[in-house]
Design a protein around this ligand. Structure first.
Ligand code: I3S
Length: 129
């Protein structure tokens, strides 16, 4: 039989540390508050954790018992470069259907490009469903 993960709608597409700030909530601009988060892209969600997982790859959902700080539904989300929205380099801008907007940033260009591709692929796949 195929490994179960291939069938799992919550298969983790990507996870890693990024600098994150919310810039709008429900269409209303909010003050930036950049901070490092452990970010997990899985299923139709982007999930933010305060801390990276402690050790095992099986704990990509965060340390045992840890709850995400927040989570957004990527169905219908818009993804764009965020360079016009920040002085930082390598910035992505995500706007969700309910009007929550986030910037994701990494000092490592390749890392941010990989996130861009992974997010674009997931968002496109969700559109086709
Ligand atoms: O888009 P802004 O307003 O230029 O963003 C900067 C400010 O939010 C600033 O905070 P306060 O003005 O609230 O003190 C942040 O410290 C900066 O990091 C923000 O700009 P960057 O370019 O880092 O996204």
């Amino acid at each position: 039989p195929l490994p179960q993960v291939l069938d799992d709608p919550h298969e983790v597409e990507r996870s890693g540390q990024l600098n994150v700030t919310k810039i709008a909530q429900g269409g209303r601009k909010v003050r930036k508050n950049w901070g490092a988060s452990w970010v997990v892209l899985a299923g139709n969600s982007l999930v933010f954790y305060r801390e990276p997982p402690l050790a095992a790859p099986s704990s990509v959902w965060g340390p045992a018992g840890s709850r995400p700080e927040s989570s957004v539904d990527l169905r219908g989300a818009a993804l764009a470069h965020g360079r016009h929205l920040s002085s930082r380099r390598n910035v992505l801008h995500i706007r969700t259907v309910p009007g929550h907007e986030f910037l994701l940033q990494s000092d490592q260009e390749m890392e941010l490009k990989a996130w861009h591709s992974a997010l674009r692929a997931v968002i496109e796949r969700l559109v086709r469903r």
